[in-house]
Structure formats: structure tokens, C-alpha cells
Write a protein that binds this ligand. Structure first.
Ligand code: NAG
Ligand code: NAG
Ligand code: NAG
Ligand code: NAG
Ligand code: NAG
Ligand code: NAG
Ligand code: NAG
Length: 277
């Protein structure tokens, strides 16, 4: 099914005005640096995976709120079993303590990919949704963003909201509240449900990332509440809820592109599902 989006709105995108900064200013490679390379004066990093290793990067600091984005071009060919990610995560990386917000692109025999998103907090692990993308994410760069303030978490694809997670006193304890760092990785998902092994002869698989400026409030556990201050643009104005154009676009995504929603897989639905839909 193809539904054409006609988006005539100018949503306020902090990232559009973002400065071009080299990778090293805000990020570090986490492991297997020999599986990375830089382009465009280090304003672009290429992560690659082959049968020997994947690789990944992480921000040098943790943040307590922000509008985090990356421009990403996914690996092509048969990417079965390959997982490309962009996400926020707290430490320690412990299932009962971890807070996390994910974009995970699940490789496939051919494009389009399935985009899996998750919001994790305090042991609430299974809040997955999956959407099918309305474009080929391997042929060009697209913008993937996470807005996180005390009002809401919104995941955007090319400025179109694809997932909204509203903070409300009812759901309080499951809204992420810990400082999180930004990570990007390419790895293999052979442990996952599908269990399919990558066809390494199709590789190496390469994911291109751009956009290393960070619109975020650096935080520690003790001062995170200062990140809710309205002096940060992403905490106020148009960022406290979706505007009408965004609401309309979000309805289209939910109607035509949402393939899996944990809200429908549980009876009764978890409490936040009533607020977010
Ligand atoms: C991260 O990169 C910065 C800048 O290149 C460097 O100074 C710092 O030591 C690195 N940190 C780690 C943990 O590797
Ligand atoms: C693929 O995933 C398995 C299971 O997590 C891991 O043992 C293996 O090292 C990974 N291979 C690569 C190339 O990342
Ligand atoms: C995770 O954190 C909980 C709560 O503090 C603790 O009981 C548990 O031992 C931790 N698990 C790991 C693997 O560190
Ligand atoms: C979530 O909302 C509750 C009540 O509306 C508020 O007290 C709390 O501070 C909010 N959480 C965050 C992380 O801002
Ligand atoms: C929180 O503390 C860290 C470490 O001292 C500091 O870098 C950061 O700027 C502080 N954040 C706020 C919002 O004050
Ligand atoms: C909100 O969006 C409208 C139109 O998109 C714009 O005119 C207005 O300046 C924005 N306000 C803020 C506070 O960003
Ligand atoms: C091994 C293989 O099929 N490689 C192909 C991957 O995709 C690129 C771009 O579409 C092709 O040029 C390669 O031949």
C-alpha cells in the first residue's frame, strides 16, 4: 500500500539549524574502530559489519532532555539478521534499572526495512512497536529524531511523528527519567526471534551516519531536574505536544504503517496505551 504524504507544515526543527560538527566533538567509537571510517571531514561516520565484528559509537556525555537526531543511510543488499540502531540508553546496562529509547532497523531480504521502536524504563522492557517505512532507507539519508522532555517522548522520521509516549502522572514510573547517552551501532540479531543468520557473502554491510551536533541538556543523576527548565527550547513552546499537522501525520502513520503494537498484544492494554492513542 502506498499513501502519499503531503506535508505542508513547517515544524520547528532545532536540528535544521544545527551546526556541522566533526564526530570527535561529541562522540567516541565504542569498539572495533577498524570497522569504522570517516568521510566529509569527519562529519560522517561509516559503521560496517562483517563475519568478524560489528561496531558502534556513543556520546561522551549523558543527557536529561533534548531533541536528538541523526541522519542515517542504511546498508543495502540482503541484510537479513543485520541490526542498525540509533538510541538513548542509561547506565548501568541492567534490565531492572535501564532506561532506553530505541530506533532499531531490522534488516531484510530486500528494502524496505522494518523499523522497530522501544521505550524501556525500570524493568518495563516490552514496549515495542514496528512500522514499515514509506521510502527506501538504503538509497539516501533520512532524519531520525528523538524528542525527550518532561511532557513527552516523540520519535520522528523525516519530521513525521511515528511514536508518541506521553508523560502523565498515571504512567509516571514508566516514563524515562534517567540521564541517557546516545548510541549508534551495527550488529547482528542472530539471537532474536527471527534467528536468521546474516549472509556474510553479501557484506560488508555499511551504515552511514551524519549529524553529530547535539541539542541536549548534559545531566547527572543528581541534577537531571535542571534539564526540565524552560530555558531549553525543546522543553517549551511547540515541543510540549504535537501540533495539528503533526497529529494528522501521526494518524496516517498509525493507520497505514504501524505493523505491530505491544498495546494490542496485551489484554488489558497497559495504562499508557490509553493516553498515547
Ligand atoms: C573520547 O574522545 C575524546 C576526543 O577525541 C577523547 O579525548 C576521550 O579520551 C575519548 N574518551 C574515551 C572514553 O575514549
Ligand atoms: C553475532 O551475534 C552473536 C550472538 O550475539 C555474536 O556471538 C557474534 O559475535 C556476532 N557476530 C558479529 C560479526 O557481530
Ligand atoms: C541490577 O540491578 C538490581 C537492582 O539494583 C540488582 O538487584 C541486580 O543485581 C542488578 N543486576 C545485575 C546483572 O547487575
Ligand atoms: C511526569 O509528569 C509528572 C506529573 O505530570 C511530573 O510530576 C513528573 O516530573 C514528570 N516526569 C518528568 C520526567 O518530567
Ligand atoms: C549537571 O552536572 C554535570 C556535571 O557536573 C554538568 O556537566 C552539567 O552541565 C550539569 N547540568 C545542568 C543542567 O546543570
Ligand atoms: C510554533 O509553530 C508555529 C507554526 O508552525 C510557529 O509560527 C511558532 O513560531 C512556533 N512557536 C514556537 C514557540 O516554536
Ligand atoms: C554483494 C552484493 O550484492 N552487493 C551489492 C550491494 O548493493 C550495491 C548497491 O545496491 C551493489 O552495487 C552491490 O553489487
Amino acid at each position: 500500500m502506498t499513501v502519499l504524504f503531503i506535508f505542508a507544515f513547517s515544524s520547528p526543527s532545532i536540528s535544521c539549524t544545527a551546526k556541522h560538527v566533526p564526530f570527535e566533538v561529541n562522540y567516541n567509537i565504542t569498539y572495533s574502530a577498524d570497522h569504522t571510517r570517516f568521510l566529509n571531514q569527519h562529519e560522517e561516520i561509516v559503521l560496517s559489519i562483517d563475519e568478524h565484528s560489528g561496531t558502534g559509537f556513543r556520546s561522551q556525555r549523558k543527557y536529561g532532555s533534548g531533541f536528538f537526531g541523526v541522519r542515517l543511510k542504511l546498508p543495502s543488499n540482503d541484510t537479513t539478521g543485520i541490526l542498525t540502531t540509533f538510541y538513548l540508553i542509561s547506565t548501568p546496562n541492567n534490565d531492572t534499572l535501564r532506561h532506553e529509547v530505541d530506533f532499531e532497523f531490522l534488516g531484510n531480504k530486500q528494502s524496505p526495512y522494518v523499523l522497530s521502536t522501544n521505550v524501556i524504563s525500570n524493568g518495563n522492557l516490552h514496549r515495542e512497536q514496528q512500522i514499515s517505512l514509506w521510502f527506501d532507507p538504503t538509497s539516501d539519508f533520512h532524519l531520525y529524531q528523538i524528542l525527550w522532555n518532561q511532557h513527552q517522548l516523540v520519535l520522528f522520521v523525516d519530521e513525521i511523528p511515528i511514536r508518541v509516549f506521553i508523560n502523565d502522572s498515571i504512567i509516571g514510573p514508566i516514563f524515562p527519567t534517567k540521564p541517557m547517552e546516545i548510541q549508534g551501532t551495527i550488529w547482528n540479531a542472530t539471537w532474536a526471534k527471527s534467528g536468521s543468520l546474516p549472509d556474510w557473502s553479501q557484506g560488508p554491510f555499511e551504515a552511514h551516519y551524519q549529524g553529530f551536533d547535539i541539542d541536549g541538556c548534559p545531566a547527572t543523576n543528581s541534577n537531571i531536574s535542571e534539564c526540565y527548565d524552560s530555558k531549553y527550547a525543546w522543553n517549551g513552546g511547540n515541543y510540549t505536544s504535537l501540533n495539528q499537522d503533526e497529529e494528522r501525520a501521526y494518524e496516517i502513520v498509525k493507520k497505514y504503517y504501524l505493523k505491530y503494537d505491544y498495546c494490542n498484544a496485551h489484554h488489558p492494554s497497559p495504562p499508557e496505551c490509553l493516553i498515547n492513542n
